[in-house]
Design a protein around this ligand. Structure first.
Ligand code: FES
Length: 146
């Protein structure tokens, strides 16, 4: 399994919010305490030690929608056929894992924030910062961590 052939690297550097997902509490914490500041956790390397790991088959990501991978804390979207993007699934509001993808947005059930599947930007608050992009590669029919 060597990564040759057609290996597209999709690196979405949507600027600023590359940090965010520092803490590892996922459960249904709706956040009492915490008023929007990201705790500045000195998290470690997110993608380096898992590079190449298959996230999901391309066929499992609907065109015009996306799929939340709660274990990986990643949401993979396909705004247009063959155009795959990935973002952190940790809501930038108070760190809930987003719930689903519908009607062109990634939706957080905790307080109703919605993020666009095209670039992770905020469609509806209370979140004010976009979902950070996650680097992925598309190899054949698989989407993998870059
Ligand atoms: S954690 Fe509040 S909207 Fe997502």
């Amino acid at each position: 399994m060597t990564p040759r052939a057609t290996r597209r690297t999709v690196l979405l550097a949507s600027g600023a919010a590359a940090l965010a997902a520092g803490c590892g509490s996922d459960g249904g914490n709706g956040g009492n305490g915490g008023d929007g500041r990201d705790g500045g956790g000195g998290g470690g390397g997110t993608s380096s030690d898992t590079a190449g790991q298959e996230l999901i088959p391309t066929a499992d990501v609907p065109v015009g929608g996306g799929t939340v991978l709660p274990d990986e804390k990643i949401v993979v979207t396909q705004p247009q056929e063959g155009d795959f993007k990935a973002f952190s699934a940790i809501c930038t509001h108070q760190n809930c894992v987003v719930a689903d993808v519908a009607d062109g947005t990634v939706n957080c059930a905790c307080h109703g924030s919605r993020f666009r599947i095209t670039d992770g930007s905020v469609e509806q608050g209370p979140a004010t910062r976009p979902l950070p992009a996650e680097p992925i590669t598309v190899e054949g029919n698989s989407i993998r961590r870059a």
